[in-house]
Design a protein around this ligand. Structure first.
Ligand code: SER
Length: 316
């Protein structure tokens, strides 16, 4: 049985990971740290919550000691495009939350999951079948904090035995809580527009491929890596995981199979395009498959059908 603290539990991933973790480990064993509104529907009724500013280490330490926490999911981040507009904020939040979680974990003997990202790669990284171990010279502040996170998490493991593990998430597609300020967000926004019957103005150019993943697979990855047999792990921070790669034309065509009159036009955002151009087209995730049995369930067709079904209900 685990006692889990989620720091940053109200965001795109946290709002769904908390529900999944509570269904596995019991509602009372998952403590949701919150700071920034809006809060998901029923957030304060679903299980224990604590106000935690991830930049205040004493608040994390108090939650861990008072609640007897043994596993921390640190989901606090400023996503790539916002971080480019506010680099100091991106750096402070990305590195501050990470170091605070690691130091508390070291003191109280917790395991730590901090997601890395396709953003941990840069323009010099091989773009196709990007290997697990390869060149990582990102040119965004978000990516730099993610590489730092990978390195320092491995450092805490090797130096002090802190059980740190992580995956490099692609763009995550989901219907519960929208992401904000990411380069891959277009792949979520496009579904909202399609279901609302509105035209989608795409900020990413045709022909720009990025890895994407549907939320249920992302949750599986975040839980499976923390449950993995440590004896089998050659890597720790952080594993490539992949399930689909597409460009705007492909996802638009897939949506049109369900909503034939869906309209999309391009107004490329130079900042987001610059970031997208620096990221891989598709990761090779064979190490995750070999070392802990990673296996996604949702391809582009299944994701599209499920997203449209869920958003039709949500948006009435
Ligand atoms: N979804 C993130 C972003 O676009 C990448 O991890 O910033």
């Amino acid at each position: 049985m685990k006692r889990i603290l989620i720091v940053g539990s109200t965001g795109q991933i946290g709002s769904e990971l908390s529900t999944r973790l509570r269904s596995i480990y019991g509602a009372s064993n998952v403590i949701c740290g919150y700071y920034t509104p809006p809060y998901p529907d029923g957030f304060f009724e679903a299980g224990p919550t604590m106000e935690i500013n991830a930049l205040h280490i004493e608040q994390i330490a108090e939650a861990v000691s008072r609640q007897g926490v043994d596993t921390i999911y640190n989901l606090v981040a400023i996503l790539s495009a916002t971080a480019e507009k506010h680099p100091k904020l991106g750096w402070d939040v990305g590195t501050g939350s990470l170091m605070n979680c690691l130091d508390v974990a070291r003191e109280y003997g917790c395991a730590v999951f901090t997601p890395s990202s396709i953003g941990a790669f840069g323009p010099d990284t091989p773009k196709d079948d990007t290997p697990q171990d390869t060149i990582q010279r990102p040119n965004t502040i978000y990516g730099i904090t993610k590489v730092l996170g990978e390195l320092v998490s491995d450092y805490y493991f090797h130096r002090w035995g802190v059980d740190t593990r992580s995956v490099r998430f692609p763009g995550i597609i989901s219907s519960v809580t929208p992401p904000g300020g990411g380069t891959t967000d277009y792949a979520v926004d496009i579904f909202y527009k399609a279901v609302l019957g509105e035209e989608f103005v795409c900020p990413i150019a045709a022909g720009t491929f990025m890895d994407m993943m549907y939320m249920p697979d992302a949750l599986d990855a975040a839980i499976a890596i923390m449950e993995a047999d440590p004896a089998r792990l050659v890597h720790r921070n952080s594993f490539n995981v992949a399930s689909m790669s597409f460009d705007p034309e492909m996802i638009c065509a897939e949506i049109r199979k369900h909503i034939p009159d869906f309209r999309m036009r391009y107004e490329v955002d130079p900042l987001k395009q610059h970031i997208a151009d620096s990221w891989p087209n598709r990761l090779d995730d064979s190490c995750a498959r070999d070392e802990w049995g990673w296996q996604p369930s949702f391809d582009i067709a299944r994701t599209t059908a499920d997203m449209i079904g869920k958003l039709k209900v949500k948006l009435g």
